[in-house]
Design a protein around this ligand. Structure first.
Ligand code: NI
Length: 165
């Protein structure tokens, strides 16, 4: 099981580097990410969340054919239609909030062998992809909240998760 980094860790705010080696190390890491995410009851996990500042993430919506690793992804199209959905994040445990995002996206990425693919996603899959993609740019879902709401929530979160010295 991998450690999941949480709010306050610098790696969550860094801009990530492209993956260049599609070796067994990457495959093993991605397997471990799927396991860690499923164990934690998450539906998405991005590399910075396990302390790796690289451009990849995994998703598993628990729906058929929606257990996917995205390496060096680019979202190339988003719908004009937006929707609201209550998001959470394994790096900000206990915090949930309604976030507005496009309802569908088209994403290009590579698989663990380096093979390129394009996927048009809707519904929950589109939602998770956008949330995880944000992680690769150092963006967390709380950044997409209104300022007042975010400040309140982060204060409450910090009180609850005060680091022991
Ligand atoms: Ni997240």
């Amino acid at each position: 099981m991998l450690d999941i980094y949480t709010l306050g860790e610098d790696v969550l705010r860094e801009k990530t580097q492209r993956v260049t080696e599609f070796d067994s190390g990457l495959a093993i890491l991605i397997d471990a990410m799927f396991e860690t995410m499923q164990e934690a009851d998450g539906i998405g996990l991005a590399a910075p969340q396990i302390g790796v500042s690289k451009r990849f993430f995994v998703v598993d919506t628990r729906r058929p054919n929606e257990q996917i690793a995205f390496i060096n992804p680019e979202i190339i199209e988003t719908s004009h239609e937006v929707g609201t959905y209550e998001e959470g994040c394994l790096s900000i445990p206990g915090v949930y909030y309604d976030i507005v995002r496009p309802l569908s996206v088209t994403i290009q990425a590579q698989d663990i062998h380096g093979k390129a693919f394009t996927l048009k996603a809707t519904d929950l899959l589109a939602r998770v992809i956008q949330h995880e993609y944000d992680h690769l740019n150092g963006t967390l879902f709380i950044d997409r909240m209104e300022d007042d709401a975010r400040e309140k929530l982060v204060k409450a979160y910090n009180r609850k998760h005060k680091k022991r010295r």
